[in-house]
Design a protein around this ligand. Structure first.
Ligand SMILES: Cc1cc2nc3c(=O)[nH]c(=O)nc-3n(C[C@H](O)[C@H](O)[C@H](O)COP(=O)(O)OP(=O)(O)OC[C@H]3O[C@@H](n4cnc5c(N)ncnc54)[C@H](O)[C@@H]3O)c2cc1C
Length: 380
């Protein structure tokens, strides 16, 4: 066993963190306040090789795997989880193409995303079906060589800023439900698409979230990803990987909470002594550190196994669950440590407190992860 990160990974972490400090941190508060998506940062990140690094060099990435991507995600999330999403989730949906797409699709769509020039979105959730991924109603009806797609998608990250999206739709309603879905690449400007930005999110406000209506949207048959009827299984595979990436977001945010709290504990004086000298405060810091260390090990291991071709999807679900718990826990303690100052916008912890909650909601609610794990335990 070797828990040491390679020099390549350490350099990647260093580069991503320096990028976050220089490019992300100075604009994080304004982007949060104004709900401002940050295309200029995404473009710079692409130029620096920070987007889609898990994609092979042949298709524009740098081939450092999902561990490399988790490390980048962690480091940029230390500065701002919303802007980190604009960078690392510019590829959200590309995993479907990477795993199941044709060589032609990979060549056409992946390099521009890695370069930071274009953005994609993964349009799966619907207004009436989130956790119930077999309950989506969007239909794709074959018409000659084309498919015509109609339905509504909800809470889609990058929805109004993307160039194209991966849409999950029913192609074979007469098949068993798990064999009824397929996935399609849909250009964002195709006739019949209406995209509406959702404003007023609690956190990750720099990230674009949208509602998307598809009304008779025609796409050529060559836009089908993988096999017709295999969309449900392709989506499950997608989540098994992207959940490990969500775990990395929470890892970065939790680390930021700890770092900021340690700094504050040294600066702030209470009852004539530094705040950090009180055991009650030390306990808060130590408990944050313990959970972060456990989360880092879980997240890196889940990614390392994916890259080694031995994915442990239960571990990805555990890491994602634990990430949400850890981030919410750390953000709460960080805010408490900052006292009243933690509650006002001048201090970063109030933003992290708001940002953390999404980790327990998207890409599978915490309850969904627990249901997945519980079913596995009882199935033997
Ligand atoms: C900011 C943001 C970004 C997002 N980005 C994307 C994206 O890019 N692409 C995309 O497709 N989706 C995206 N989503 C959607 C997200 O994945 C869903 O919101 C999430 O899966 C939950 O679905 P829901 O909101 O429909 O809640 P529901 O499924 O209606 O669940 C409501 C509550 O019921 C619980 N629940 C559900 N079923 C059960 C059960 N069987 N037993 C017990 N409890 C249950 C849930 O855990 C939850 O607490 C995003 C959401 C947000 C808020």
């Amino acid at each position: 066993m070797d828990f040491e990160l390679s020099n390549e990974m350490k350099m990647l972490a260093d580069m991503a963190y320096k990028f976050a400090v220089k490019e992300v941190e100075p604009v994080a508060q304004e982007a949060d306040e104004k709900e401002k998506y940050t295309p200029e940062i995404r473009k710079k990140a692409g130029a620096n090789g920070l987007i889609g690094c898990w994609i092979s060099e042949e298709y524009g990435g740098s081939g450092v795997g999902f561990l490399g991507n988790a490390i980048i995600t962690e480091q940029i999330s230390r500065a701002c989880m919303g802007i980190a999403l604009n960078v690392t989730a510019a590829t959200f949906g590309c995993e479907n193409i990477h795993f199941y797409g044709s060589d032609e699709q990979k060549r056409e769509y992946l390099p521009a995303i890695c370069a930071g020039e274009t953005v994609c979105a993964g349009a799966y959730t619907e207004p009436n079906a989130g956790t119930d991924v077999a309950g989506y109603k969007t239909r794709a009806v074959q018409d000659g060589d084309d498919y015509i797609i109609s339905g509504n998608k909800m809470f889609i990250t990058n929805g109004t800023v993307c160039d194209w999206m991966v849409v999950q739709a029913i192609t074979d309603p007469d098949e068993k439900v798990h064999r009824s879905f397929s996935q399609f690449i849909v250009p964002a400007d195709a006739p019949g698409i209406t995209r509406t930005k959702i404003r007023g999110k609690l956190g990750i406000r720099a990230s674009d979230t949208s509602e998307i209506a598809l009304d008779g949207v025609r796409v050529p048959g060559k836009n089908l990803i993988g096999k017709r009827g295999a969309g449900f299984y392709q989506l499950m595979h997608f989540f098994d990987v992207t959940r490990a990436m969500v775990a990395a977001q929470g890892l970065g945010l939790s680390q930021a909470c700890l770092d900021e709290s340690v700094k504050y504990c040294k600066e702030r004086t209470v009852f004539g002594k530094p705040l950090g000298s009180f055991q009650l405060t030390m306990q808060k810091l130590a408990e944050m550190w313990i959970r972060i260390e456990a989360l880092r090990n879980m997240t890196y291991k889940a990614c390392w196994l994916i890259d080694a071709g031995k994915p442990d999807y239960h571990l990805s679900a555990m890491a994602k669950y634990f990430s949400g718990q850890t981030a919410v826990f750390c953000a709460n303690l960080a805010l408490e440590i900052h006292g009243g100052y933690g509650y006002i916008e001048e201090y970063k912890v109030q933003k992290w407190y708001r940002d953390a909650k999404i980790l327990e909601l998207y890409e599978g609610t915490k309850e969904a992860e627990i249901m997945t794990l519980g079913k596995v335990l009882l199935s033997h």
